[in-house]
Design a protein around this ligand. Structure first.
Ligand SMILES: Cc1cc2nc3c(=O)[nH]c(=O)nc-3n(C[C@H](O)[C@H](O)[C@H](O)COP(=O)(O)OP(=O)(O)OC[C@H]3O[C@@H](n4cnc5c(N)ncnc54)[C@H](O)[C@@H]3O)c2cc1C
Length: 412
């Protein structure tokens, strides 16, 4: 008879929890180590407290990293259908919302964590909290895991699921990278993803809080390299909103490479520039007795009008609309269609929802998630150099990779 394996899972986030369940279901004796006083803290914050647990459209196009194809094998073995059925069996009824986003019927991320905790307990996984792992070594066939309070754990296999650096208050502070470097793994440089952008702009304080539904393009070398549409929000430092978070991954990458990049906003994105121009002509004609400022009320958010006019080099907004020159009208139309702002940074880890970069996937077998450098060491979740777009893709990666890493840690 094969000897029962002892598996230690380091990190009790989404991925580590599922890895522990998977390893236990596959016959191992499992210990889950978590530095916080409870496991799954970040799960509670996901999807604005509703947990966007996956996306029915998940495929490689929604993932980034030096080698996004790395996910193929994992998703082939445990994909969306398997994930949905895993959660259904645990008690989570789900619903599919706009753009394929899947949420629990309860609209509560706490219910996702609850059912995972029930399963951990039901299976008899040993959970040790307040356990900050500071050392990981391998002696011959046995791993030695040490925590900051000098607890030591010996085991046959390890699942390394310490997450990235996003939302450090949830426990993922990047300490995992330092641990794993000591085992000769390399880390693809990390930067915040799914994060707000900081813009070079003098008048942001005046439009802080202004929201509109429109389009945003990421511009590099005068060309759009990515675009998204939805609720966009000006803030005192720059810009936020779902389309901005989606573009932030690429923007962060350009900034890392010292490339100049811009965000191009289209406030009236459903009209062509020509149509906007014609609409403006008519408005200014109909409202010729009003000031320029007054004549634009009702077309765009009122707080945007003074700054748009300033940008169009119209300093006196109290002139009558009838005095606008052709060039001035053209400039206003152009700004409403494509208004460029230089991106000078992203907000920090406290604000980001995902980590770009991480453990180099070239050093990990894609079909088993085992390290190519240390036999018996498996990786799962955000600690790897894989990150997804907004919309349930990151949790899907956490569940799929956790399931596979846990199973293989128990059986290989
Ligand atoms: C605000 C917010 C909202 C999000 N919403 C969504 C969403 O709706 N849908 C979606 O798909 N994704 C969402 N994400 C992303 C998603 O939550 C993460 O990609 C996912 O949780 C990663 O899981 P993980 O287990 O790999 O890492 P983590 O969840 O970060 O877990 C890592 C765990 O390891 C522990 N740990 C770290 N170092 C050590 C150590 N040295 N010793 C012991 N323990 C350690 C940490 O305390 C932590 O509990 C969101 C992220 C944030 C920040």
């Amino acid at each position: 008879m094969k000897k029962q394996k002892h598996v230690v899972v380091i990190g009790g986030g989404a991925s580590g929890i599922v890895a522990a369940i998977s390893a236990k279901r596959n016959g191992a004796d499992v210990t889950l180590l978590e530095r916080n006083s409870r496991v799954g803290k970040k799960i509670l914050a996901t999807g604005n407290g509703r947990c966007n647990l996956t996306n029915i459209n998940s495929d490689i196009n929604f993932y980034n990293g030096q080698n996004p194809k790395f996910i193929y094998s994992t998703f082939g073995q445990f994909g969306i259908q398997e994930t949905l059925s895993f959660f259904e069996k645990l008690g989570i009824e789900y619903k599919v919302e706009a753009n394929g986003k899947v949420f629990p019927m309860s609209d509560q991320s706490s219910s996702v964590l609850d059912v995972l905790l029930y399963e951990l307990n039901h299976l008899g996984v040993t959970i040790i909290t307040d356990c900050y792992v500071t050392e990981l070594k391998k002696n011959k066939r046995t791993f030695l895991v040490k925590s900051s309070d000098n607890k030591t754990f010996l085991c046959d296999s390890v699942v390394f699921a310490t997450g990235g650096k996003s939302m450090p208050s949830s426990g993922s502070d990047g300490s995992g990278y330092e641990l794993i470097k000591k085992l000769n793994h390399t880390i693809v440089p990390v930067f915040p993803s799914l994060v707000q952008l900081i813009l070079q702009c003098d008048f942001l304080k005046r439009i802080d809080g202004v929201k509109f539904v429109g389009r945003a393009d990421l511009i590099v070398n005068k060309k759009s390299c990515s675009t998204d549409r939805g609720d966009i929000l000006f803030t005192s430092y720059g810009i936020s909103g779902p389309p901005i978070l989606q573009l932030s991954r690429k923007a962060g990458e350009f900034l890392q490479n010292n490339k100049e990049c811009y965000i191009r906003l289209s406030i009236l994105d459903t009209m062509t520039e020509d149509e906007i121009q014609k609409r403006l002509e008519r408005r200014f004609e109909d409202n010729s007795y009003k000031t320029i400022f007054e004549s634009m009320i009702g077309l765009v958010n009122k707080r945007l009008i003074p700054v748009i006019l300033l940008e169009a080099n119209i300093s006196n907004q109290n002139r009558l609309a009838s005095t606008l020159t052709k060039l001035e009208k053209k400039q206003i139309a152009s700004l409403l269609k494509k208004w460029d702002f230089q991106i000078i940074g992203t907000k920090d880890w406290n604000n980001s929802q995902a980590t770009a970069g991480g453990v180099n996937t070239n050093e990990v077998y894609s079909d088993t998630l085992e390290s190519k450098k240390v036999e018996g060491l498996f990786f799962s979740g955000e600690v790897l150099d894989i990150d997804g777009q907004c919309g349930g893709f990151n949790l899907q990666w956490a569940w799929s990779s956790g399931m596979l890493a846990g199973r293989n840690a128990a059986t290989l």
